[in-house]
Design a protein around this ligand. Structure first.
Ligand code: 26Q
Length: 823
């Protein structure tokens, strides 16, 4: 280019109210094509989003230029889910434009909060794992680390939950319907992805035996780029989500055969691949479309980096110098044979050369301990969809088992145990084993989980490769979950310890002395009260729920799953209610408490859906019972999501983290609550263990069996019925449910939930019941002393800075990725 502007750094819009108004009106007029006076709230939101986006644009382009020029090592975060939450607030925060936007919009007669509420959050994830990915990419951008997040642009994210007669009903999530101002499609950079067919051997020009994959169909992956702005640091990384489209060749072929309708159907078939997020989050079904999704986004992502991010002529033997792929659970593990295939079949590498590179490029994070949550793909399906990849997996397995045999000669039992290929109930590929064999490092997501991963899930592997296993405790981004969600607390913290803590969260320690400062305590309590009022207003308009004033706000929000034990929380509620009803306890003895649930059930998970129904029925009864009026209330707002979390968590007094010990890999909600000054009632599970260690026993309500006790009880034989027989209060509680009291006299309405608890109770809710209700009584005692409670709440904030995802990222950088921020 010869024009001077063509090579100059991209201009940045001015940081002034006037400039902002000009840009905003320009966007409204030219992008939305409306005058301010005729514009809808959605027009205004879209124009505002574009305005903020434009402020980030120059930095985005500059980030990408600098990263290429420096040939810096990039983190390729491979995740099937990103649960991002709303973008506008975060973009305003990252650019320091909040005040300017507020003033500018006011000059236009508009209200920033109203416009922010127009945004529909991109719910491209199920829960913890997807939200973790969103926190991690936020932290990497903020820490100036080059990262590309790779994933799928689902047209429909996690379903919208409604309740009909207390039962969950799912509606499609049409997050794209009103426009999506945060994405940049790049159809010109589309990638072709092949499927099906067969493989062939042939001899190449050099006389080498080679393999060729002859696929039978293909689709196009269209990249959509999203900005990932660092906090006030000028870095803007990229999240690249792939959308599936029919290829020209694909429909032309059929079209030419004269079948127009068939060609259109083919289009639909291709586009189905990125149509919808699978809403199961722990018992994955081996569905073909799900495997198509996984291979689709992984194939696009590997090709994208090699073809577009590396300079021409780059020697792929050195690929590991330029990228390290993080496998977010097993969902992207098909990337391992895909990279092998690219190197061997396309680039002409030998097997050993390809393995040398591949085994340096991947690391694997495991997020579960539940055996049924480990992905196994049948070889029948894999061979049909990706025949070449199955061959490669077999060979990886052969070489791996040969290595096992060398280390443990003649130990056939062990080789069978460790095989990547399982033989029962059908022949399948154990994706966690494949990931472990290929990865440089394998990590769990909290200290306890990583230990159990070594000891119980992958013991043979940790014996073979002890140094491969490590822990990185999860974290959450304080930008979204403290600053954006809790501006009042953030101001209070800054008043006390000065600025800078938001990117150095361990500095919250400096708050410790303030836990004994009466003035600070009063302000802290006032912030909590104000957050409760904000929540009260929201729930009134959002759900027509009335939150009473002055209650202990007891919150349990997370996916509905038996191992998380929402049913145990429910038994506590019913137990309190039953005691008042039967006159065992005067209502006046209850600490006024509102329990808030938020939970989606996987649509095919019967027990989870029945539990939601039961919670809603109990809520209806309890909330209208004069006996507990003003003392006990249950609220279950539908469709818990990131947006609601941002309002709920800062208002909570008590955080419920009551999974059976050894079941919750980490939990990250637990961290968000503690950082916002809620006290935790929790088992010795996941990251609760570390939270309790940091905040101290006096400021954490521990109950229930620990993991060794759970294992012991399981070994000796667990009989839930015995607890029912021997514990009169538990019996009265379950009997009240069985009496039909909550189901208009129908005694069988909740048989599935109650009989499951009585006869199976896989997650031992009945065993932990007494300990739980006893500990809840301690909660009430402590809450009665508001001063002591507030002191504990402040210490929870002061002592949990460790749970910043910035710290998690530092751990990954030092111990797994071996790279550092760009200067
Ligand atoms: C897999 C295959 C097919 C269909 C669905 C899935 C699937 C999807 C999502 C399986 C699992 C998930 C999500 C798992 C998850 O969210 N795990 C949580 O991860 C958090 C972050 O590490 C932890 O804090 C939680 O403890 C863990 O439950």
């Amino acid at each position: 280019p010869t024009h001077p502007l063509a090579t100059a750094p991209v201009g940045m819009p001015a940081h002034s109210v006037d400039g902002f108004v000009r840009e905003f009106l320009h966007e409204l007029n030219t992008n939305q094509g409306v005058a301010l006076s005729r514009s809808s709230a959605n027009d205004q939101y879209l124009a505002l989003a574009s305005t903020v986006r434009n402020y980030l644009m120059a930095r985005w382009l500059e980030t990408s230029r600098r990263t290429r020029e420096a040939k810096a090592k990039t983190i390729g975060y491979l995740s099937a889910e990103y649960l991002l939450g709303r973008q506008l607030g975060n973009a305003l925060l990252a650019t320091d434009l909040n005040e300017i936007a507020e003033k500018g919009l006011a000059l236009c007669g508009l209200d920033l909060v109203t416009l922010r509420n127009q945004e529909v959050e991109p719910g491209l994830g199920n829960g913890g794992l997807g939200r973790l990915a969103a926190c991690f990419i936020d932290s990497l951008a903020t820490m100036d680390v080059p990262c590309i997040g790779y994933g799928i642009r689902y047209e429909y994210g996690i379903f919208r939950q409604t309740f009909v007669d207390g039962r969950q009903v799912e509606e499609t999530d049409t997050w794209l319907a009103l426009g999506s101002p945060w994405e940049f499609p790049h159809p010109e950079a589309s990638v072709q992805v092949d499927f099906g067919g067969h493989t062939e051997r042939y001899v190449d020009a050099d006389g080498e035996e080679r393999t060729r994959w002859v696929p039978s169909w293909n689709v196009l992956g269209v990249p959509y780029n999203y900005m990932v702005p660092g906090y006030l640091n000028g870095r803007v990384n990229t999240l690249r989500l792939w959308s599936a489209q029919a290829t020209k060749a694909f429909d032309l072929q059929i079209f030419n055969a004269g079948d127009y309708a068939q060609a259109v159907r083919a289009q639909t078939f291709a586009e189905n691949i990125s149509k919808v997020l699978y809403p199961e989050d722990s018992t994955p079904q081996g569905k073909e479309l799900r495997l198509q999704q996984q291979y689709f986004f992984v194939a696009c992502s590997l090709r994208d980096f090699i073809d577009n991010e590396l300079e021409e002529g780059f020697d792929l033997h050195n690929l590991a110098d330029r990228i390290t792929y993080q496998l977010n659970d097993t969902h992207p593990v098909i990337a391992v044979p895909e990279l092998m295939r690219l190197l061997i079949d396309v680039r002409g590498f030998s097997w050993d050369e390809a393995w040398e590179v591949t085994s340096k490029c991947f690391n694997y994070t495991c997020h579960t301990l539940l055996p049924e949550a480990l992905e196994v793909w049948s070889t029948e399906l894999l061979g049909r969809l990706l025949p070449r990849h199955l061959e490669i997996v077999y060979r990886i397995n052969d070489q791996f088992l040969a290595e096992v045999d060398k280390t443990f000669p003649g130990d056939g039992l062990r080789t069978r145990r460790m095989s990547i290929i399982s033989e029962y109930p059908e022949r399948g590929v154990r994706m966690a084993y494949l990931a472990t064999v290929a990865a440089g490092k394998v990590n769990g997501v909290a200290a306890l989980h990583s230990q159990l991963l070594r000891d119980k899930v992958l013991p043979d592997f940790s014996e073979l490769w002890p140094d491969k296993f490590t822990n990185v405790t999860n974290g959450v981004t304080p930008r979204r979950f403290v600053k954006l969600a809790n501006p009042k607390l953030s101001d209070l913290i800054t008043d006390a310890i000065g600025p800078g803590w938001l990117t150095n969260l361990e500095r919250l320690k400096e708050l410790e002395p303030y836990a004994d400062d009466p003035e600070f305590k009063a302000s802290f309590a006032a912030v909590k009260a104000s957050n409760k009022q904000r929540l009260t207003a929201l729930l009134k308009t959002r759900d027509d729920i009335d939150l009473p004033d002055g209650h202990l706000l007891d919150v349990m929000v997370k996916r509905l799953h038996e191992y998380k034990r929402q049913s145990l929380k429910l038994l506590h509620i019913v137990s309190l209610y039953e005691q008042v009803l039967s006159g065992k306890l005067p209502a006046s003895a209850l600490t006024p408490r509102t329990v808030v649930f938020g939970a989606k059930a996987a649509p095919g998970y019967r027990m989870a859906k029945d539990t939601i129904h039961l919670i809603n029925k109990v809520a209806m009864k309890v909330n209208s019972a004069p006996e507990v009026e003003g003392r006990l209330k249950v609220a279950f707002p539908a469709n818990y999501n990131v947006t609601l979390a941002e309002k709920l968590i800062p208002a909570a007094d008590l955080s419920e983290q009551i999974s059976l010990a050894g079941m919750e890999a980490s939990g990250t909600g637990n961290m968000k609550f503690a950082l916002n000054g809620a006290l935790t009632i929790g088992t010795d599970d996941g990251a609760n263990v570390e939270i309790r260690q940091l905040v101290g026993d006096k400021h954490f309500f521990l109950f229930g069996m620990d993991e060794p006790a759970v294992t012991e009880l399981g070994a000796k034989g667990y009989h839930p019925g015995a607890y029912y027989e021997s514990n009169p209060q538990l019996r009265a509680t379950l009997d009240l449910i069985l009496s039909g009291h909550f189901s208009d006299g129908d005694p069988h309405a909740f048989d599935s939930v109650v009989f499951n608890l009585l006869h199976q109770d896989r997650f031992m809710a009945l065993a932990d019941f007494q300990s739980y209700v006893d500990t809840q009584a301690l909660v009430e005692q402590r809450y009665a002393d508001q001063d002591a409670w507030t002191r504990s709440a402040i210490l929870n904030v002061a002592r949990t800075g460790y749970f910043s995802s910035d710290r998690s990222m530092r751990d990954y950088l030092q111990r797994i990725w071996h790279t550092s921020p760009m200067l």
